[in-house]
Design a protein around this ligand. Structure first.
Ligand code: SF4
Length: 969
């Protein structure tokens, strides 16, 4: 396309001065429409981003006063975005005169995002300037949840919380302390803190997010996340709500497009025509929950037609173990293995896949051929989406990885690697030992294979009297709104016999913070420290999220001691908060806690935030040498550039890495399995006569056959299979109007529960109607905008219909990032996005919510707040969902069986009703499906499975259920 010539009229108007002349140099100086430029020109522009040597004194014209040319001088300070996990690079443009952040742009020196961001990155400026943000520590007045707050000092908050933690630890009530996190980050930081306190107190949101897919990958090869090398792939298959449900959204999106531009084909399984599906060569609108059936049908075709990579399958799967365990009558030969597999999957014909999924049999065959042809250059991803939606959702990731194994695309260029191969892990000072306690409120016996903490069940456990949360932190975490069954959370949060002291660490008001005792304002992306490293491509990088005003102050010769001294109000950052809190829990060091938080450079003194990061960066491979060349310390290098590329494209096939002579010395090889062990630990495997590292599984290979599943009471799932989900058509009564509701997608400009203080994002996306195909709408007599009553197992919500061909017939969907609320008594917050609601309880488990008013313009320091034109804040759907914990992975199965009907007279848009007695009954129904620990030898969990914040594994210790162990022996 290149340079766009001005039209005759434009030319004339420019010449006589009616409009400014932008074409003097045959180029539009300020043309915002990038379509007018070639790729080369765009690349040149990125190269023309201000060079780092000018970042302390960068002059630009102020666009707001255009066409006047007014110069502005900025300091540019790099940081990273916090609005999804990807941690793309940002650069803050700080007005030199006022020391205010004026805008954010991408950071071209960040190897993951390479200068690009999605809409949510630059919108960080909205979050910083939001007139409703919390600027000072607050403590509740009156009854919890009543909405009254008073300002306190950081010292008040820290001393109160520290004293309570100290008492709990001294009284050996370690399991009454918990930190519950929504948006993580803090690479290993909280392990350092919580294990330093000796508590098993970490709880995460992962079981409502990604545990299903993690389990499916882990059971194959001991790694729980994929890292697809999209840019080098020949064929890409995504099992996706949209671009991987927001995971690595921009870094993956740009590489998928790069792969496509080099000829790769893209297929997307999604019942909804998502943004990704619309950019795909193949849209596969599979019926929700049927994905594994389709993937196994593809596997069967690849097997039958000999399209598999024989060398890889023969060397890198535990096929001998499979034959010995399940086909002991057959000779252990590779041919017998292939024949047995074909027999095992013979029911998964393309026609069966079509019957289950609705995707045409010939399309299934075509894609199977393309995957087979792509071979080692087959890249794929499943994160949330199907893995997070269905009973047995984990089996989807397992079936997907089956295709990666068959094609030999595990860890190859253009294939799919384990994410740990593309991720840096920091080394911290004074590391604590693993805790000696196991918290059954997070990892209960019923879920020995549950991949993360059973966080969605915490309120039910407390309701049943399984424990007490004396000191509870919610951190960028909003279960009342984000989780299923929010009213049960509200009941428990309101009860001081369940939650003793609740501290909400949050940059913005949320529905959970309303039920806290302390609300402590935490920094946004550009107001805090953090380390990031994610598997965005076939390379490894580390990035530094830093508080930009603090860094600007340092550069200006005015360093501050604590970050809140540079941030707006008294907004702090978590790292310093936790160090300070830890020090106050153990002020004289007698509890053995303080020593972990002492300076590695100044013995006996409190570590500073700069020392913490300097210690880590000194240990990043290659960074000391690069920093030295610029006469910088490692920390100064990261403060200057914001990111460092550790390696680019060398981390393929790491399972084939040879063991060193030193490692092999004194080791033993198991004659049955070829596994190499030393000192009681498995260290590798013999493959083709060579000692190599392999994978971190019991066989050190990809486990087509899982003895672990057999040992832990699930023999029917010893090999990859398809599990009919809770919303399979067989489980729905269409005559009663039962449908499946897909609630797992979000509009791509939204941030989980933190869009409410980003005005640009809310302006773009502010409603969440029910997506419905025209055929379904006609059947029900609905048209766009009509009210619809969505009855779930525990209540209902009333929404509006959006009739669209972008939805698979027979399935309805609703975005889950809209429907934010506040009550009249709550502090004003997120007014760009919140409805005002009335909530009533009958005191017997019945809860009603009604919308009092939608979103309205308001007066504030931001003139745009008077210009709000949208009124409809959507409907809070998750609160009407019951908990559905998958009995194996522990993942919440998000899809809902709903009964669709027209609302009765008097029922209004936004009305919600829930019976929490019913939700507790549904909880019990799902709990009844579990097969509890112990496993072999009294273990609570397979020893080879990773566990967040791994406790002490010493035999007979907390990793074992000792009573049962005695009974077993
Ligand atoms: S993809 Fe995520 S990290 Fe990157 S700019 Fe968007 S929200 Fe921020």
């Amino acid at each position: 396309m290149g340079y766009k010539k001005p039209s005759f009229l434009e030319n004339m108007a420019e010449k006589i001065g009616i409009i400014p002349n932008l074409h003097k140099d045959k180029r539009q100086e300020f043309d915002g429409d990038m379509r007018h430029f070639t790729d080369e020109e765009v690349a040149e522009m990125y190269e023309n981003f201000p060079p780092p040597e000018k970042w302390d004194n960068w002059v630009e014209y102020d666009p707001k006063v255009w066409p006047k040319k007014e110069r502005k001088t900025y300091q540019i300070v790099p940081t990273t975005c916090f609005n999804c996990e990807s941690a793309c690079g940002l650069t803050a443009f700080i007005d030199k005169e006022t020391q205010e952040v004026k805008k954010f742009e991408g950071n071209p020196h960040h190897p993951g995002s390479r200068g690009r961001n999605c809409a949510k990155g630059p919108a960080t400026i909205n979050q910083i300037n939001d007139p409703d943000r919390i600027l000072f520590p607050l403590k509740r007045k009156g009854k919890r949840g009543d909405g009254e707050w008073e300002r306190v000092t950081w010292d008040d908050a820290l001393d109160t919380i520290a004293a309570r933690i100290r008492k709990a630890i001294q009284e050996e009530r370690h399991n009454e302390i918990a930190y519950h996190v929504g948006r993580p980050g803090h690479e290993k930081f909280m392990n350092w803190i919580l294990q330093g306190w000796g508590v098993d107190g970490h709880n995460s949101h992962t079981n409502i997010c990604s545990s299903g897919a993690r389990f499916g990958y882990n059971i194959w090869y001991g790694y729980d996340r994929p890292s697809p090398d999209h840019a080098n792939a020949k064929f890409i298959l995504l099992v996706s709500a949209h671009l991987e449900s927001g995971h690595y959204f921009n870094p993956h999106a740009q590489r998928i497009i790069e792969g496509k531009m080099k000829g790769a084909k893209l297929a997307t399984m999604d019942p909804r025509l998502s943004n990704t599906a619309s950019m795909s060569d193949y849209w596969l609108p599979t019926y929700p929950g049927s994905e594994a059936a389709v993937l196994l049908a593809m596997a069967l075709i690849i097997l039958q037609e000999g399209l598999y990579n024989r060398e890889y399958v023969e060397n890198w799967t535990n096929w001998e173990e499979y034959l010995k365990a399940l086909h002991s009558d057959k000779a252990v030969t590779f041919e017998n293995y292939i024949a047995a597999m074909i027999n095992e999957y013979k029911e998964y014909t393309p026609e069966f896949a079509e019957k289950e999924s609705g995707v045409k049999a010939e399309t299934v065959v075509e894609i199977a051929h393309l995957i087979g042809e792509a071979g080692e250059r087959f890249a794929s991803h499943n994160w949330r989406a199907a893995g997070a939606s269905n009973l047995g959702g984990w089996a989807v990731a397992r079936a997907l990885h089956f295709l990666t194994v068959l094609t030999g695309a595990v860890g190859t260029k253009g294939g799919t690697s384990p994410n740990s191969w593309n991720k840096f892990s920091p080394t911290q000072p004074n590391p604590p030992k693993p805790q000696k306690v196991w918290n059954e409120l997070h990892f209960p016996k019923e879920y020995p294979l549950g991949f993360f903490e059973m966080s969605q069940l915490l309120p039910h456990f407390l309701k049943e009297g399984r424990g007490f949360m004396d000191v509870y932190f919610s951190r960028v975490f909003n279960p009342v709104w984000t989780y299923p069954d929010g009213f049960t959370w509200m009941e428990m949060f309101s009860d001081e016999t369940k939650f003793g002291l609740h501290t909400a660490l949050t940059p913005t008001w949320n529905e959970t913070a309303f039920y806290a005792d302390f609300v402590l304002p935490m920094g946004l992306a550009s107001e805090r420290h953090d380390i990031n490293s994610y598997a965005t491509h076939g390379g490894t990088w580390v990035a530094f999220r830093q508080p930009v005003l603090r860094e600007a102050a340092r550069r200006n010769g005015k360093p501050v001691e604590f970050t809140y001294q540079a941030n707006p109000g008294e907004v702090w950052e978590e790292d310093e908060f936790w160090i300070e809190l830890s020090w106050r829990i153990d002020p004289d060091g007698s509890m053995g806690i303080r020593k972990h938080f002492e300076s590695p450079y100044r013995p006996g003194e409190k570590i500073t935030i700069d020392e913490y990061y300097q210690y880590i960066f000194e240990r990043v491979p290659g960074l000391p040498e690069v920093a030295k060349k610029e006469d910088l310390t490692e920390l100064q290098y990261m403060q200057k550039y914001g990111a460092y590329e550790i390696e680019d494209g060398e981390s393929y096939k790491l399972n084939e890495k040879s063991l060193s002579e030193e490692q092999v010395k004194g080791s033993k090889v198991d004659p049955g399995t070829n596994v190499i062990s030393k000192g009681g630990k498995d260290i590798g495997v013999m493959v083709n006569g060579k000692p190599v590292v392999g994978f971190p599984t019991p066989s050190r290979k990809n486990e087509f056959y899982s003895q672990t599943m057999v040992d832990w009471k699930w023999p029917e799932y010893a090999t990859p299979t398809y599990i009919k989900s809770h919303i399979h058509n067989d489980n729905l009564d269409k005559s009663k109007g039962e449908y499946v509701l897909v609630p797992t997608f979000r509009l791509p400009t939204l941030i989980h529960s933190r869009s409410g203080n980003a005005k640009w994002l809310v302006e773009i996306s502010n409603r969440n109607p029910i997506w419905m195909h025209p055929d379904d709408a006609a059947k029900w007599g609905f048209k766009t905008g009509d009210l619809v009553k969505m009855n779930t197992d525990i209540g209902y919500f009333i929404d509006k219909v959006w009739v669209t061909q972008g939805m698979k017939p027979g399935v309805v969907a609703c975005s889950h990032h809209i429907g934010r609320w506040r009550r009249p008594q709550d502090k004003t917050g997120n007014r760009w996005a919140t409805n005002t609601v009335d909530i009533q309880s009958d005191g017997k488990g019945g809860w009603k919510m009604n919308t009092l008013s939608g979103i309205k313009p308001y007066e504030s320091s931001d003139k745009d707040s008077k210009r709000i034109f949208w009124k409809d804040g959507g409907v809070h759907q998750n609160i009407t969902h019951a908990v559905h914990p998958d009995p194996i992975s522990g993942m919440h199965c998000w899809h809902q069986r709903v009964r669709i009907e027209k609302p009765a007279v008097g029922e209004k848009y936004g009305d919600i009703y829930v019976d929490t007695n019913k939700s507790h009954e549904v909880y019990k129904e799902w709990m009844a499906m579990t097969r509890p620990a112990p496993g072999p030898n009294g273990e609570r969990r397979p020893l080879w499975f990773k566990r967040a914040f791994t406790p002490d594994k010493t035999e007979g210790g907390c990793y074992y259920i000792n009573d049962e162990k005695k009974e077993d022996s």
